[in-house]
Ligand binder design. Structure first.
Ligand code: UD1
Length: 381
């Protein structure tokens, strides 16, 4: 019976693992467990997601919390190693590009345990992004590389990864979106916020945008200009909240009083939202402005225009096929594209190949076939 140990740690992992766990459960011969590193630990950054996505209680929580990159990665490794030695899984499955992804993949690979990487091959070609380092390193030591778009296959082949390890399977985050879309429509968030007019949805948390005082000041000034045309709703990530407070930029924002919400033109801030509330707000927004990776993909599927506040994207299919446009921090571009979108001129896009809600099924099928094959030739998964 193959033992698969699935790893989650930070917010963007949570919406990727649910469909995989469900699919593994359908195959009795697979013994699946779930480990949470605890990289994200807040009610709003983690617990709510477990509840709303119906994730099982993890078999183990490493409770690493926040720290510098080196400390966080090292702590995860230190706490993960004894667990692997004790549990002896046949395969460790990691997702995405967060510190938990590389930390757990590295420990497993060194112990000779096979590694599967879900969402492999994405490249921004910007090594100043911590996530880019995590992606390259994780891919280089993985045995099964599951890609969401064809660019991922091309990147991996260019890096010399053997084609037999690469599987274009689609996007598990979209499996989750499809499952929860209807339920999200019933979320009371629109009423709770008193939203009666069109709005744009904003998220910001990339270190390149929020950790540098000048960049953040310029970006917020431009977003204030945008918000004179359409109110911005801005659920603020903890990293961003800290920086805004530290730089003294609170004055530029309007805090929504959830007891007496009043949305006016301007940048309206609120705490991070749960998955269903955010999905509801995304699906009804006139426009999304973001520096997140996952939101570029979700907005493409929801066919909502998305302006990505970054110079590059590791998810080019969202630009080529989807509703995404890269605008970086460029004031002119942001204002021009916003005006065009509000005037109704934007690309509707189409669904990228294999973003059909079946990605988890494809992944588990590959793992099952590989298991049979390898055990027949003396290997386990
Ligand atoms: C991490 C990921 C990033 C992902 C993002 C989504 C890495 C390198 N980065 O960035 O790829 O897009 O998650 O959210 O793994 N904090 C809390 N509560 C929490 C978690 C964090 O208050 O539950 C605070 C921490 O104190 C920290 C800050 O938020 O100062 C940033 O957290 P951290 O885990 O370092 O990285 P993220 O910016 O969240």
């Amino acid at each position: 019976m193959p033992k698969i140990l699935n790893v989650v740690g930070a917010r963007p992992n949570f919406m990727k693992i649910g469909p995989l766990l469900d699919e593994m459960k359908r195959h009795r011969e697979i013994e699946a467990s779930l480990i949470n590193t605890g990289q994200h630990y807040d009610q709003v950054m983690a617990e709510t997601f477990f509840q709303q996505l119906g994730l099982p209680v993890p078999d183990m929580n490493l409770e690493v919390g926040s720290a510098s990159h080196a400390q966080q990665t090292a702590q995860i490794m230190l706490r993960f190693e004894p667990l692997l030695l004790q549990n002896k899984p046949d395969l460790v499955l990691v997702a995405g590009d967060v510190n938990s992804t590389i930390a757990c993949a590295l420990v497993a690979a060194k112990l000779g345990i096979k590694v599967a990487h879900v969402e492999a091959g994405l490249r921004s070609f910007d090594r100043t992004m911590p996530e880019e380092i995590n992606r390259i390193l994780t891919d280089s030591i993985s045995d099964f590389l599951f890609t969401t778009e064809i660019s991922g296959n091309e990147n991996l082949l260019r890096e010399g990864i053997s084609p037999e390890k690469i599987f274009f399977v689609g996007n598990v985050m979209i499996d989750t979106l499809n499952r929860h879309k209807e339920k999200a429509q019933q979320s009371p968030i629109i009423n709770q916020l008193g939203l009666t007019t069109p709005y744009a949805l904003l998220t910001l948390h990339r270190p390149s945008n929020v950790d540098n005082r000048n960049n953040l000041a310029e970006l917020l000034a431009t977003l204030q200009e945008v918000s004179r045309r359409i109110p911005l709703i801005f659920p603020v990530h903890p990293r961003t909240a800290k920086q805004i407070a530290g730089f003294g930029f609170g004055e530029m924002l309007h805090e929504i009083d959830l007891n007496r919400p009043k949305i006016a033109n301007g940048i309206n801030i609120l705490p991070p939202l749960g998955y269903l509330e955010f999905l509801c707000l995304m699906s009804k927004a006139r426009l999304i402005l973001t520096d997140s990776g996952g939101i570029q993909e979700e907005s493409t599927v929801l066919q909502v225009p998305c302006l990505t506040l970054r110079e590059n994207t590791e998810r080019p299919v969202t630009v080529i096929a989807g509703t995404n446009t890269l605008v970086g921090g460029d004031r002119e571009k942001i204002l021009t594209h916003t005006a065009a979108i509000l005037a109704g001129a934007y690309k509707k896009g189409r669904l990228p190949e294999k973003w059909d809600g079946q990605a988890a099924q494809r992944i588990v099928k590959v793992l099952k076939v590989a298991q049979t094959f390898r055990s027949a030739t003396g290997y386990r998964v």
